[in-house]
Ligand binder design. Structure first.
Ligand code: SF4
Length: 337
């Protein structure tokens, strides 16, 4: 049964400190400029003490078993955390998240919609963002100022990524830092302090034969990076978290960053960046993580057609530890490299 709140969706004035749930990377500068607090629901879901239980609860509410577990986890987390407003792209994420938006509206949650233009047309992107300025009651000047303020955080994330390439920061920590840049943990200043005080510089013997990149949506396995490290892989590229952080377009302006950010614009566009990064990071192999019941699984065909280093495709379903079959396939991949 869907949980209905007392009030049906009602457009309300944006208050300072209102929590805005986000389900993917959105123009976070707009939320921050309004004084509201961005909350990436994905990160809350996957770091919950029992994310599997959240998926179970969503199924009890009616979500089909053959639906992506990220979507079910997002739904249940939004309900459990009493999030009242969600900013969600209706184009540029996935059709499941579009259906999720409709369910959330039905539950009385205010869903603020926008879209990334699939043709990467800057005029359409600006129009879409400018509608959000009205909704969040901010001016373009406020937003551009916020973008400039965030540059110092993104520069630090770039330093972290460069250290990962050198082997001084683990692939797991790289993933955590970069993936957190979707909402800067709600407070960019505190987040910057935290990442500057990072304790985890490592000095590893570099194993050139096992330098790999992780392509695809964030893995739902709870011990994914631990297993890779245990097997001896050096993860030096986390594609989607790197895209979230926008570190590759540090020198670009606000709107241009959201056009360079490849995730909403299809695999053919993503491939340009992936190919460049394979060379720059001297990758010897790629693990393509795919999510069960996600349309992006089909993109594996394009990846394999266009990339000429070994690729292992690993699929996850529910949030849990890596199953023994996938682990064995990872071991074989290590041998192959
Ligand atoms: S994994 Fe795929 S289906 Fe699930 S939320 Fe992400 S893009 Fe959508």
């Amino acid at each position: 049964m869907l949980k209905k709140r007392d009030k049906r969706y009602k457009r309300s004035k944006m208050q300072s400190n209102t929590k805005i749930g986000i389900t993917t990377t959105v123009p976070v500068e707009i939320i921050l400029a309004s004084g509201a607090i961005p909350v990436d629901i994905n990160n809350i879901f996957i770091t919950d003490v029992d994310p599997g239980n959240l998926v179970d609860k969503a199924e009890k509410a009616g979500f089909p078993q053959n639906t992506c577990s990220w979507i079910k986890g997002l739904y249940q987390t939004i309900i459990s955390q009493n999030i009242e407003k969600v900013l969600s792209p209706v184009w540029g994420d996935c059709s499941n998240s579009f259906a999720l938006s409709e369910i959330l509206s039905e539950c009385g949650i205010e869903v603020i919609e926008f879209q990334y233009p699939f043709d990467r047309n800057i005029k359409r992107l600006k129009e879409s963002f400018k509608e959000l300025y009205d909704r969040f009651d901010v001016s373009e000047k406020d937003v551009l100022k916020k973008h400039d303020d965030l540059q110092k955080v993104r520069k630090e994330l770039k330093t972290i990524d460069d250290l990962t390439i050198k082997g001084n920061i683990s692939g797991k920590d790289n993933h955590i830092y970069l993936v957190s840049s979707s909402d800067f943990e709600g407070n960019p200043d505190l987040f910057l302090k935290k990442i500057k005080n990072r304790p985890n510089i490592i000095k590893k013997e570099s194993d050139d034969n096992h330098r790999i990149g992780i392509i695809g949506v964030p893995p739902i396995f709870t011990n994914f990076f631990d297993v890779l490290e245990e097997l001896g892989f050096s993860v030096v590229y986390n594609e989607i978290p790197a895209e979230f952080s926008m570190i590759k377009s540090l020198d670009k302006g606000f709107y241009e960053k959201y056009l360079e950010y490849s995730y909403p614009y299809g695999m053919r566009f993503r491939l340009h960046t992936i190919k460049k990064e394979i060379k720059r990071r001297r990758l010897k192999g790629i693990i393509h993580y795919t999510q069960c019941f996600c349309y992006r699984q089909i993109e594996d065909i394009l990846l394999r057609k266009n990339i000429d280093i070994p690729i292992l495709t690993i699929e996850g379903d529910r949030p849990c530890e890596i199953d023994s079959r996938s682990r064995m396939r990872l071991e074989n991949f290590w041998e192959l490299l």
